[in-house]
Write a protein that binds this ligand. Structure first.
Ligand code: SF4
Ligand code: SF4
Length: 181
């Protein structure tokens, strides 16, 4: 997408750990493509790999903050010509995301419907063997888990259990949305 001094709102969502440099990267991409970022925000949602973390988020309090943020951005639209650039949290060069060793797979509930094959962004699942995952290709996005109507795909094994325990210990305290407007 290209803008011509077009107002834009940058928003990222993360699972109660950290959003690292994602918001900075997004605002940089928008600015480089002709947009004027009038507001930016990082919101919390249920963690995609360890769904016990931030379960139920975004909740009522989050949605109220989101509504107020939208109002604030709306007000900024009227005075956009006199506004400076929004400064968001993050640093350059952006933090590299290390590859995760956790990869989902399917079980006997799979009926070969093909939904996971279709949604996988990197072609790590084949129509012939949808219970399997090409571990080298998989980027642990979790899309196949949430799209599976049979709930056949999930993370399994001791590594997942141990990692989940450590992650819950470290990341269970509630984090609040962060707004930049
Ligand atoms: S989405 Fe689920 S049921 Fe459908 S092919 Fe994939 S693993 Fe099997
Ligand atoms: S987690 Fe994402 S990348 Fe990995 S197999 Fe599932 S859909 Fe593909």
């Amino acid at each position: 997408m290209k803008g011509k001094n077009t107002p834009a709102i940058a928003a990222v969502v993360y699972g109660n750990r950290a959003y690292d440099d994602a918001l900075l990267e997004l605002t940089d991409i928008l600015t480089d493509n002709g947009f004027v970022v009038i507001g930016a925000a990082a919101f919390v949602a249920r963690h995609s790999i360890f769904p016990e973390v931030a379960r139920g988020r975004p909740d009522t309090a989050d949605k109220e903050i989101l509504r107020n943020f939208a109002r604030q951005c709306g007000n900024r639209l009227e005075t956009i010509a006199s506004q400076g650039h929004i400064t968001v949290k993050g640093s350059r060069p952006y933090r590299e995301a290390p590859p995760l060793p956790l990869k989902p797979s399917g079980n006997s509930r799979c009926n070969s419907c093909g939904a996971c094959v279709k949604i996988c962004p990197v072609g790590a699942i084949t129509a012939e063997e949808p219970r399997k995952t090409d571990k080298a290709a998989c980027i642990t996005c979790t899309a196949c888990i949430y799209v599976c109507p049979q709930k056949a795909r999930s993370f399994r094994g001791l590594t997942y259990k141990l990692a989940g325990g450590a992650f819950r210990k470290k990341c269970s305290s509630r984090k609040e949305p962060e707004l930049f407007a």
